[in-house]
Design a protein around this ligand. Structure first.
Ligand SMILES: [Zn+2]
Length: 266
């Protein structure tokens, strides 16, 4: 399992097996995407008001899916929030607020990408396919609990420069046979992510979903300042969330122009 950690101003990459031991293998990095955009995606992207997550009653038709999530993600704490998307381990958190923030983040990011050019519209269209059970495995948003991974967002990471405190906010799990497409959020940061308006945390949900499309921080497609695809999307589509002091060069116009020229990962 590959784990991509988002930092406030810097980033690194590590891999963990399901018990979060370190064991990195770059050859396993791949997109979770079904590589197929859903029909009528252009129409769906035109007006995204339909994209609204909220905790929803699970019906008997979903039992099989729930069992599979239970098996893969090793938890029985599973909440369906619509559009092929499930919260895992989030019972101790405000699930309504998480769903609402996810809706807003996705609408903003998808709308922005779809208006840039046809390449970015295809990225947006493929991201939509995660939200439809006919085209993708369930999408799982995991809330971090006390446990093996509780360092995320607070502690010093073993092997990392001892002087630095790891500021991880969230990680995307690039798909393997063991997990469904998913992202996990730091318990130290989750409340801030949910309530964030104009901070780096505001774009976190969309940042992690971009990783599921196969865009990684180690891609070679950097701009001259070293910003990769994911950070250019944040610079262009979530301009108010960029910390200008830490990222003075990430202005909106530069990021949007750069994005138009970048390769598609899938
Ligand atoms: Zn990242």
């Amino acid at each position: 399992m590959i784990k991509l950690i988002l930092f406030l101003s810097s980033f690194t990459i590590m891999m963990a097996t399901q018990n979060f031991a370190q064991d990195f293998d770059f050859s396993k990095v791949k997109s979770c995407s079904p590589k197929k955009k859903i029909p009528h995606s252009k129409k769906l992207l035109k007006d995204l008001t339909w994209l609204n997550f909220e905790p929803t009653q699970i019906t008997s038709a979903d039992i099989f899916t729930i069992q599979n999530i239970n098996e893969k993600h090793k938890t029985t704490d599973i909440t369906f929030i619509g559009h092929n998307t499930y919260l895992a381990n989030c019972a101790g958190y405000n699930r309504e607020a998480i769903s609402k923030k996810l809706s807003l983040s996705l609408r903003q990011g998808l709308s922005c990408l779809s208006h840039l050019n046809r390449h970015r519209r295809k990225d947006a269209a493929i991201l939509l396919s995660f939200l439809d059970s006919r085209y993708s495995s369930p999408l799982v948003i995991r809330c971090e609990l006390n446990g093996a991974n509780e360092y995320m967002g607070r502690d010093t990471y073993p092997g990392w420069d001892n002087e630095k405190t790891i500021n991880g906010i969230a990680s995307a799990f690039v798909c393997t046979n063991n997990l469904y497409p998913s992202a996990i959020f730091s318990k130290w940061k989750l409340n801030k992510i949910i309530s964030a308006e104009n901070t780096d945390e505001a774009s976190t949900f969309f940042h992690e979903l971009l990783h599921l499309l196969g865009y990684l921080h180690m891609d070679k497609d950097f701009d001259s300042w070293g910003y990769d695809f994911v950070y250019q999307v944040i610079g262009c589509c979530f301009p108010n969330s960029i910390n200008r002091e830490l990222n003075p060069v990430m202005d909106l116009e530069h990021s949007c122009n750069r994005l138009k020229k970048m390769r598609r990962r899938i």
